[in-house]
Design a protein around this ligand. Structure first.
Ligand SMILES: Cc1ncc(COP(=O)(O)O)c(C=O)c1O
Length: 323
């Protein structure tokens, strides 16, 4: 067996992540959470990392002993460090800002190396200068295996996801179209993000120039991996509502989800309410993007929200009325 064959074996899909029913007060409407926090590294980015490594091995860009490089400050680094270790490859991630022990810990525990760079936008050029293969999750937003797994579990009428690289919504939208399914794909988009205005105006070069405050979803510009033609609806979600909805998910499921899960859930509940009002019945799947104890000191902590100028209070009553 060659090294590449062994690597592809090690990159085979894991067990399917579970679906959790979230009871909703919308007659005839079922809401299921696809719990992507169940991956070994606790987030949907586990699938992205597997897809990026598979692509790189198949293309011969990653070979035995070769260093793998990425530029990111988020969950992608932990997931990629996990796969790099599994394949026995050195891993270097360039992160924005000054060294943060909290952000470095998970990567370093997996044997990866973190380099911190300012200003934040310099991470991409800095990563390109590191000797090794730059995975480039935005430039090569590899579609992953979520759609195949999800549609084998359930036949929903809507799937609601966030968008960051664009890979997840493209994966879902392409699968639905290629398999002639009647399911529609909705993207939930936080404040400041370019996806909602870009999709509405049919402007793939749209840029807000403002970073998203919701970790893991939304971007200041429409990324090349986002495929507006594969998306049926983009729903803008207030950041305070994302926080309130993330707290509601934790209250019901016990999972310390991040705010991006709340963004998707808020949009899913918007759809559920509209379906019920029209007398429609059906199933909605909403993604749980991640769950980590670190979010307890983040969106689940009232001081964190106040420091960011976010007031989830007004959205809580709506959530209680619907869930
Ligand atoms: C709720 C949610 N949806 C989607 C995504 C991923 O989006 P993309 O595949 O566009 O990078 C994330 C983060 O990884 C997320 O937390």
């Amino acid at each position: 067996m060659t090294w590449a064959e062994k690597a592809l074996d090690a990159l085979a899909a894991g067990p399917p992540t579970p679906l959790i029913e979230l009871p909703v007060r919308a007659p005839g409407v079922r809401l299921l959470l696809k719990d992507e926090s169940a991956h070994p590294t606790g987030s949907l980015r586990h699938r992205h990392a597997r897809a990026l490594f598979r692509r790189a091995v198949l293309d011969g860009l990653v070979t035995e002993g070769g260093t793998v490089v990425e530029a990111t400050g988020g969950n992608a680094a932990t997931a990629q460090a996990w796969f790099a270790r599994r394949l026995g490859l050195p891993y270097v991630v360039v992160m924005p800002g000054r060294r943060s022990e909290e952000r470095a810990r998970a990567v370093e525990a997996l044997g990866g190396e973190c380099r911190f760079v300012t200003p934040p936008l310099a991470i991409y050029d800095a990563a390109r200068r590191v000797e090794g293969h730059f995975l480039d999750q935005f430039g090569r937003a590899a579609e992953h295996d979520l759609a195949e797994e999800l549609f084998a579990q359930v036949r929903p009428d809507w799937v609601v996801t966030g968008a960051h690289t664009g890979a997840t919504s493209a994966t879902l939208g392409r699968w639905v179209r290629e398999h002639g399914l009647s399911c529609r794909v909705a993207v939930a988009d936080p404040e400041h993000s370019a996806y909602f205005p870009g999709w509405t105006l049919d402007a793939p070069d749209y840029s807000t120039g403002m970073p998203s405050r919701v970790e893991g979803v939304g971007r200041p510009r429409v990324e090349p991996g986002f495929r507006p033609d594969l998306v049926d609806l983009v729903i803008p979600v207030p950041d305070s509502a994302s926080v309130a909805a993330a707290r509601r998910v934790r209250a019901v499921t016990g999972l310390p989800v991040g705010p991006s899960t709340g963004t998707a859930l808020w949009a899913a509940l918007e759809l559920a309410g509209r379906m019920a009002a029209r007398g429609e019945t059906g199933t909605i799947v909403s993604l749980v993007g991640d769950a980590h104890d670190r979010h307890l000191a983040g969106c689940h902590d009232p001081r964190w929200a106040a420091a960011k100028g976010l007031d989830p209070g007004p959205h809580e009553a709506r959530l209680l009325a619907l869930t």
